[in-house]
Design a protein around this ligand. Sequence first.
Ligand code: PMP
Length: 409
Amino acid sequence: MMDIKSNIAAIRADFPILDTEVYKHPLVYLDNAATTQKPACVIRRIEEGYSRHNANVHRWVHFLSQVATEAHEAARQTVASFLNAASSSEIIFTRGTTEAVNLVAFSFGEKFVSAGNEIIVSEMEHHSNIVPWQLLCQRKGARLRVIPFDDRGDLDLSVYESLINEKTKLVAVAQVSNTLGTVNPVSEMIRTAHAHGVPVLIDGAQAVQHIKVDVRALDADFYVFSGHKIYGPAGVGVLYGKEKWLEQMPPYQGGGEMIARVSFEKTTFNELPYKFEAGTPDFIGSTALAEAIRYVENIGIENIHAYESGLLAYATQQLSQIEGLRIFGQSANKESVVSMQVDRIHPYDMGTLLDKLGIALRTGHHCAEPVMAHYGIDSTLRASFALYNTFEEVDALVAGIRKVKTLFE
Ligand code: PMP
């Protein structure tokens, strides 16, 4: 088992940006839930892609096109193995989590949702797992139902069970909340939904980089994530869908690649996964994402999880000692995120002053305004950890907050 703590210097050396100085301070990057930094192997893969393998994919005639196509399809296979999908044809490349959710909301919604039906989401969802469902409900005259969470940040599963009925068409829920850090019991939630014949979409944007995901063990019907949050490039993401659903769903966008034959009288559609991939895909991004996944797998997701859990526990313990600091999200089952407020100091002021010390955090509503509404606040200061963060960086954060606090006093 690789001990990240004793190899942290070597791991940090893999990420060129971590050398950066900000206002003459070493960068302390704690905004990983927004996006992660990239290891050199991922950056190199992008450069090599454009300098050596660039040609449009699935146009087999010439050599470079074959090389590019094989690399893109190998990347799909890497993603399929990473999620333990039954087949790579269940892996659809999208622009990210947002596009993947929109694809399902549009296409599944088109086929299976009608007036009077219901979609269930949770109160702690990111806007990208709320708004596409609201738009669907508006289009179809359906209704959005919401699973509430308690003040600790745990979903109320008894309300969840009571919300499922014969009108329910789909449940969409985050595996890990980007604002509270809660790890939701998605396995149990999927079992409950399936007992009623209802499929489930899991938003894995904050999960795949921290915990082992096995879509078949979970029995998830749809699973979505973004490349840029798992050390890969922005602009590429993944929709996993069970073949039995994807086969029945209509295309999301029309264009090249997604067709079998086109005539003005009748167009037929390509097989999976191409039916859902209209236009030229980000075929360099997909291979860089595969590189990022290999990077994570080489270190070992269990090792990453163990190390990050240690960081989170240490940060929680140290931050809790600061008088007037309140942490939002205290679930016993948490990942890598600490959302907080300090006294009456507005998170924006705190974040701005911490930035002057080289500490990068996120402030605001984190695209989860219903979470803010739950607590009657408008924003939090959020620290979020990745595998390259250190215990010294946590100390720098704690010292930084204390310093800003004395400025305000
Ligand atoms: N869901 C969750 C839980 C997220 O944290 C995010 C990104 N903050 C998204 C969805 C949206 O991801 P993207 O912007 O990469 O599409």
